[in-house]
Design a protein around this ligand. Structure first.
Ligand code: CDP
Length: 238
């Protein structure tokens, strides 16, 4: 990939922000994880499966995944109003859609698996960081899964395709303005979530999806390592 475009933080176009993942950080939860990309930090905690209440919300065919995304008031420099918003409701739904295809919920009829995602610091890409943390937390909770899900935002800045946009890049207004494409996919390459905000032609869209695939590979390796590290292989013996 060649480009004369300079990213504000000096990253290469296909370079993720410094990122890390940890599993098992909320002791009272059935499963939990943290995912950080640059200045964006997401924490996910899983509770359940447990009986769904109220009863009329129960699904007798399979368990229900219920995600709640919340950006904390102090996660951005200009304090945001606490509580649900249209944006948080949308992201909660999208997170459910991104994760549901890999979950095997048929054994959990009439039950619910609750995933609470908290963004404690935000610098763009929070929905993707939340999905990465939630996927690990679900695996940590022992919810049967067919595959892992990894998520990243790709975009177009001044005709150049880049990965993992920072807030400064999302606000870049040169040329046609920024295009932001959050994508989530399984390790086997199935796309489970795709959004597009802005304009892009089909050729560059293919390029963006390829870049997302390559980046999700890197994220998957870090998720897998965090999950492995959370397992006590010594069986509690010295
Ligand atoms: O976070 P994500 O990129 O998934 O979603 P967004 O709605 O495109 O928001 C981009 C960024 O704008 C967030 O990550 C925050 O850094 C910032 N933001 C904010 O400062 N105040 C809000 N009420 C919403 C977003």
């Amino acid at each position: 990939m060649t480009s004369s475009f300079k990213r504000p933080d000096g990253r290469k176009v296909d370079e993720l922000r410094e990122f890390e993942a940890k599993v098992g950080i909320v002791p009272n939860a059935d499963g939990s994880a943290m995912y950080r990309s640059g200045e964006t930090i997401a924490i996910a905690a899983v509770y359940g499966p447990k009986k769904m209440h109220p009863q009329h919300s129960q699904n007798p065919e399979k368990g229900t995944l219920r995600c709640t995304y919340n950006m904390n008031s102090f996660s951005v420099s200009e304090r945001i109003r606490p509580g649900p918003s249209r944006r948080s409701t949308e992201i909660s739904k999208i997170t459910e859609w991104a994760l549901e295809p890999v979950l095997m919920l048929d054994k959990f009829q009439n039950m619910v698996v609750d995933v609470h995602i908290n963004i404690i610091q935000a610098d763009a890409g929070t929905r993707c960081a939340g999905i990465n943390a939630a996927a690990m937390a679900l695996a940590h909770a022992g919810i049967p899964m067919k595959d892992m899900v990894s998520s990243v935002s790709v975009g177009k800045l001044d005709k150049t395709i880049v990965v993992d946009l920072s807030k400064e890049e999302e606000d870049y207004e040169e040329g046609e303005g920024p295009t932001d494409i959050p994508i989530s996919m399984t390790h086997s390459g199935d796309i489970t979530h795709f959004q597009l905000d802005g304009k892009i032609d089909s050729k560059q869209l293919m390029e963006a999806v390829e870049l997302a695939k390559k980046s999700c590979e890197q994220i998957y390796e870090v998720q897998k390592k965090a999950l492995k590290d959370s397992i006590d292989l010594t069986g509690g013996e010295d």
